[in-house]
Design a binder for this molecule. Structure first.
Ligand code: NDP
Length: 336
């Protein structure tokens, strides 16, 4: 039976899908439109026989996933809005994140008695307390929950970063509450990645119009920046490790009820620029210089012990991630 993967068109889901298809496990992707389904199929043409889709135009509607979950082996919920191109924090971020998660759980609860495992893509955004700034000396881990509230986040005064982080923690908390109250037939594991970069596997036909995190990385190497931008979230992970974490958790019932801060450690945009300039001499004209070698000081740290130990992940280093991501963008530039 297939694994159901929501947000199938996304940067992260592309790698999660690959984890399953490449081992021969069928995947049923949930997307919002046929054109999204077509794009996912295009990059997975060699696995066409293993890949099917359900189109759910509005993931917040009661019963949205009732058909999608029928007969699946398990569920991985990736879909959640992550774009600053929004008009209203509540309508465009909070509701899709929270209601989307609850509808996935509710449909699975009611219409998929066979499902034992549900994995949810949360974020470091649901761990970090943005209101405390860079919190020097503090070590973030799975014990921490971002305390942002719905009312703070829906306010027009809340900036995108704050509202997005709130949408992620409120969706995650809603999922834990659902499990506690309904005691469903399945267990839930949550993956909490911080900033995710890495090679793009999803369909890209326009480099000016890509997902938020890949767009940020690409801006450091496409000549559009004169200055190294200030770093606002200091922890990093490669998308391939995020995908692996989803798969390992999916197959490990011992991870039930757990959340995992999947991170290689701290990074800064300065470090990425330094690595780009060292490893790609041909890009030096496009990458801002800043203060090469500037150390990371005065910020929190992150603890990845649990993810390493319980998921068995050896995190890809920042340098390797930067090299592989930049090579991937250079390939895409050549292709387009
Ligand atoms: P993308 O922008 O590539 O993907 C977002 C996905 O969510 C798309 O599949 C999109 O579908 C779907 N989506 C967005 N808004 C809605 C909505 N209102 N209703 C239904 N579906 C929606 O981003 P990422 O791959 O980066 O993000 C995937 C997940 O990973 C998200 O849950 C995000 O919060 C999380 N995450 C990402 C991090 C990162 O640095 N990239 C860090 C930590 C967590 P469509 O194609 O139809 O627009």
């Amino acid at each position: 039976a297939p694994v159901l993967i929501t947000g199938a068109s996304s940067f992260i889901a592309a790698h999660v899908i690959d984890q399953f298809l490449s081992e021969g496990t069928p995947v049923r992707g949930v997307v919002r439109s046929q054109s999204s389904a077509d794009r996912v199929l295009k990059v997975n043409s060699q696995y066409a026989s293993l890949l099917s889709f359900v189109i759910v135009p509005d993931i917040t509607k009661p019963g949205a996933f009732d058909e999608a979950v029928k007969g699946v082996d398990g569920v991985i919920h990736v879909a959640s809005p992550f774009t600053p191109k929004i008009e209203d924090n509540e309508k465009d971020l909070l509701i899709p994140a929270i209601q989307g998660t609850l509808q996935v759980l509710e449909s699975t609860y009611k219409h998929a008695p066979q499902v034992k495992r549900v994995i949810i893509t949360a974020s470091f955004a649901s761990i970090v307390d943005v209101s405390k700034g860079f919190r020097e000396g503090y070590v973030y881990s799975e014990k921490d929950f971002n305390p942002a509230t719905y009312d703070e986040a829906k306010s027009p005064d809340a900036d995108f970063g704050f509202a997005y982080c709130a949408s992620k923690v409120l969706a995650e908390k809603a999922a834990w509450k659902f499990v506690e109250e309904k005691k469903p037939q399945f267990t839930v594991t949550v993956i909490n990645p911080p900033v995710v970069y890495g090679p793009n596997r999803h369909y890209i036909d326009d480099l000016d119009n890509i997902n938020t995190s890949s767009g940020m990385f690409y801006s450091l190497m496409n000549g559009s920046r004169l200055e190294v931008p200030p770093t606002s979230f200091w922890a990093i992970v490669d998308v391939r490790d995020v995908a692996l974490a989803h798969k390992v958790a999916y197959y490990k019932p011992e991870t039930a009820g757990q959340r995992y801060l999947t991170t290689a450690g701290l990074f800064s945009f300065q470090q990425i620029c330094d690595i780009l300039r060292e490893e790609f001499p041909s890009l030096r004209g496009r990458v801002p210089v800043g203060n090469p070698g500037e150390p990371i000081t005065g910020v929190y740290n992150v603890d990845n012990t649990k993810a390493k130990k319980e998921l068995g992940i050896e995190f890809i280093s920042l340098r390797q991630m930067v090299i592989d991501t930049a090579n991937n963008f250079l390939d895409i530039e050549k292709r387009l």
